[in-house]
Design a protein around this ligand. Sequence first.
Ligand code: LFR
Length: 467
Amino acid sequence: MAKYYLAVDIGASSGRLILGHLENGKMELEEVHRFENGMVKKDGELCWEFDRLFKEIKNGLKKCKEIGKIPVSMGVDTWGVDFVLMDKDDKVLGNTVGYRDHRTEGMDEEVYKIISLEDLYARTGIQKAIFNTVYQLMAVKKKHPEYLEQAETMLHVPDYFHYLLTGQKTCEYTEATTGQLVSPETKDWDYELIDMLGYPRKMFQKLIMPGTSIGHFTEEVKAEVGFDVEVVAPATHDTGSAVLAVPANDDDFIYISSGTWSLMGIEREKADCSKKSCEMNLTNEGGYAGRFRYLKNIMGLWMIQSVRHEFDDKYGFAEICQMAEEAKDFPSRVDANDECFLSPDNMTEEVKDYCRRTGQKVPETLGEIATVIYTSLAECYAKTARELEEMTGRTYSRIHVVGGGSNAGYLNELTAKATGKEVHAGPGEATAIGNITAQMLKAEEFKSIEEARTTIHESFGIKVYQA
Ligand code: LFR
């Protein structure tokens, strides 16, 4: 009887429950449930629908029961930085606001009144992104000080789902690092920083490392889904899980975890919190087994997802890729990392405006807009590769693209051309695979990360694009 492990992998645009097991030395996946995700407006704020998402998780669990595949363990991963605050009765305080909401505008300046950008970076190694937890908590402090007064617990999104499943309040390390309140030296909360900022210490739970057992289902969940299972923390930050699933064991490559965001970087044993690294806005996120992901956030396929939506979801991603290729000679480019693309009212208009503002030809058709986005992303990748090479004093010969975006063939071609490096695309479900891998490592189905990565390489097809 196969031993199944269940990944609940929720990204900003969709969530899925995926079962994984080993068969004849290969990892096999089975998607049991998939659902939509996205931020919705509530009281003028962009919010996540956690109640609905939790229902979807339970729907997926019920499907596991229906097909008779009860996993050995399960774990949740999601995007970073977002959180809920809970009061003494474990009631969520306020709206479940998401990171693209505008509440953080100006909150960087509020934080810098207390600690400078450079010092914040030196202490945490985390790049400036206006949506980091550190700025979001400042928005709460300024706009709803009563929530901070009442807050007993802060849980990041995966921690919150683990709590709903088990009743246990934990904070998983990789996710916590994205918030910019954790020290890469101690790998624990930077309580001095937390005190300086006036955030209540007591709401920060003890950090746990990926691979830690969290507990079993509550009686309520057990009764509803019809079984019980051990919940084990993976690298709950989706990027942490995705990078664990990069199918290579040497160090001659740069990865891109490609989804709503493109996270481009390398793995390292130590964080680089230098001034130069700060200026380049490279980050040191905490990873599996104490490693660091030294990377840059690039706006990524969010831009394409938004445009697709604005064209009434009429075309699939493959079709959009095709249209972009047909319009490949369109000359305009945008800075894919410009903040104007983070949360515009309308992405299509924002791209057009950017071209207009910078005196370039304005794209009109979907194909033209998509080609501007894809070529601009590829150029941004090339620039980031050069920065990583400058910071590490070495070169890298290939790029591993993992995650859903690895299916964007045209973008892979452009990336190979722009960077001059071979692009290895796949696996597309890297995040779920990484989540499952952490559980399998805990269960000793794999003896080491190297063994796991070899298996992943052998199990999933990889497509190579020559430079
Ligand atoms: C990717 C990701 C990135 C993080 C962004 C916002 O899904 O987790 O790593 O910077 O979402 O949380």
